[in-house]
Design a protein around this ligand. Sequence first.
Ligand SMILES: [Zn+2]
Length: 492
Amino acid sequence: MKKAIIFTRVSSDRQHLEEQESRTSALAVSDGYDPENQIFISYKESAIKLSEEARLGLLELREYILSDSEIDAVYAFEISRIARSQRVLYNVRDFLIEHHVQLVVVTPSIRMLDADGKIDPAAELAFSLYATMAEQEMRLKKERFANARARNKRLGRFNGGHIPLGFRLNEEGVLVPKEDSIHLVIGLFVRYRDGWSIVRLRQWLDSLGIHYSCQNIKQMLSRENLRAIVGDEAFEECQRVKKSRYRERKYRKFSLCEGLIECPECGRAYTIRSSGQYNCVYHDCQRAGTELYCENSVGLSARRMDAIVLTTATLWKSVDLAMSEEERIAEYKQKMQVLPKQIKTLADKIANFSEKKLRVAENYEEGIIDRVKRDTKLSRIREDEKRMQTELSRLQAEYSRLSVERQNPLMTQSMFFESVKNYSQQEKWELVHYMINSIELEIADGYKEITIYSSNSDRVEKFRFIGQARSFRLIHIIDDSEIDVTNVAGYK
Ligand SMILES: [Zn+2]
């Protein structure tokens, strides 16, 4: 008899949980797994931060599957019920596929394997999308932390991280100039003005025992608070050099990364070649043998690079959307609290109007007011009444609209992914250039490595190509873990 595992989570919200459990279980029944053939695994979300693999539920899941060959399906209500980190999710997925176990998710509806036991590409796309989102919910929390950092910055407090060259922290945690390294700051700007590449500057600082990343150095070169140290003239000149190296390029039909990739050798921008590769603009045969020739031959297929960069920009943008979505939900909740009160107050006022009208009529009958006055008063009351009636129906309509409209924030994110698919090339270009500040393409440990830097936050994504051109693996490096995204839709 075939069996299924129902994967659930123990939560403080008992009722909510039971509803999810029963819906998940009912789906399994409809797929032919009788309740007695359903194994329930539930895990407890602990305040103590256990790593996701170490969590009991996932270990149990593996145990069951390895020890009972009759289990051929796992049911979960949502992907985030299984795990939050992409790496763990992909591990679980691969484990299930490897053991020919079907994975069924209730919402969004996903069935990993088709009727022939093969991976369903549409399900795979949905899985990778929602896996990203599950992780992004965690990332949102980190983004909040980043907002706190911005506040610190405004207050002049140091946020941690790299102390910029030429500065030190005083007792109050505020950055103040450091006299004995001012010559280094000046040296940095002067060398850059004279044509040194960022990588060469990094090597120079490294040789002095001072360690900064290329990105840090790039940021330093336009730090306003260094202007006073290096002088207006040198500072402005460096900004000009920087601009000429990253000249705003006109949108070109097939390349999204134009102007975003800096050559680590000569510091100039990469450009797209007729071969369909991004390469250093000065690495071409026309310049060969001349002084301008750049030795750097590291390039990458534009199609591949564009896919990675577009997916990254879409992910980042969708995080921003989810955040504004959260704000919208907060606003929504507040409205849903206030609206009923406003409606009640208005309805009470309207109820008083008939009393008022009655009083006017009585006053007329008792001879206190004449006919003309009575009619003026009555028409004024009617006007007020009409105005308030209109307002009341507006509020009521808004209330019922809001009650229906309540959206799942995850839906908005996935809708965004869908809409990007239909973007024109120009719109994609705009999205990429809006979200991404710069891209580095380097050889690291013998592999091509792409680092993508965000233009409006500290976000950085790193990818690595492992293997040969035709049979490469694309690895997404997140913190210390490596996720193989070679076959994930969007990156292809
Ligand atoms: Zn170059």
